[in-house]
Design a binder for this molecule. Sequence first.
Ligand code: 2PG
Ligand code: MG
Length: 417
Amino acid sequence: MSAIIEDIIARKVFNNRGEETIEVDVITTNGFGRAAAPAGKSRGKAEMVYYPQGGVDQALKKIDELIAPELVGLNADFQEEIDGTLHDVDGSTNFKLIGGNTAFAISLANAEAAANSHGFLLFQFLGGSTANALPYPLGNTISGGQHTRGKTPDIQEFLALPHGADSFLEAATANAQIHRRIADTLRKKDKLFSGGKSDEGAWIANIGDLNALEILATACEEVGNEMDFECGMGIDVAASSLWKGKKKAYVYEREGKKRDAGEQLEFILELIKKYHLVYVEDPFHEEDYESFAEITKKVKECLICGDDLFTTNNERLNQGLKLGAANAIIIKVNQIGTLTDALETIENAKRNAYTLVIAHRSGDTCDWHIAHLAVALKCPIIKTGIVEGARIAKINELIRVEHFLGDRARMAELKLF
Ligand code: 2PG
Ligand code: MG
């Protein structure tokens, strides 16, 4: 079976926000792979530049004129060589010539094409014959912050994590029930609740942070009791969006409060204690490694996860490691560009016992590759929403993988405490 690249075809498609994005097909002698790039709304400053100047149209041109001629004839099995070629063609440190999302789509389509050329599913090809562990789904239930407008919570995401589930299907079922139950409560609490949802399919309601946490806590407890396993909860503060550098404070607009770094630390610690949070993402802005280190030292039973802080970037992770900032890391391949770059960060995080959380973007497509990456790379958590087409594409793909694995399937090892 040959995985020699014969053609690269790229096109403009749309994500769930109706924004233009790039989709790439990689065709080998014996296989085919296709990937489309997602897009963040609350982006980390250190993320790659998504597209060259001129957007997706220019990216398509770069593929035809500069990239495809270099890649055709190479072997898709050698992911490092493919990704290295993308870096060489680009020549910058942030993919500003070809675009990080261009690199992402080619890189993932190539990995799939290689797997397909040999008759494997992507998770088997990347993870080998022992890859059999499913991640726990971390699902967004209520949206706030930059993912909404109007009188919504200041915190960006209120998340459910059914970490006691015995199977992925049960875990996904619990999340769907929690999500539904929350809507019932919101209908009672907020007379103006319209059933509106954010890009990620989480509810949008006229409530504050503490109300949202109360509602989520009740739903997690009730569903956990009914299903007879633990459903934990967490938040993505996305604190870079709240941080106002000039004021040196986190500004909670809805709440009408400002918190300096010390007050923010106290506030988050209170939330962790009061709501037994098992997961807190980006509690501080993306340059405040010290506060991340401080909170990580102070909590014993909670994952402190860096998203904008690390941007899947190995150098930034190394900086965090020096200080002991966070104990978990979000992996979004399009933050860094290629699969090879992401793998370097993943290996480093694993060596240092950081919990891996592979994640979608708020602007996403029905691309399912992160579902396979989670299983292949043994990520114990996948953050990919609960409802909405782009989320369900990944959830359902994991259900298929679990079904395919049959008796061999098990849940990943997730050390929360
Ligand atoms: C996040 C993500 C996804 P965005 O902050 O974790 O939930 O949001 O894709 O907008 O960066
Ligand atoms: Mg985040």
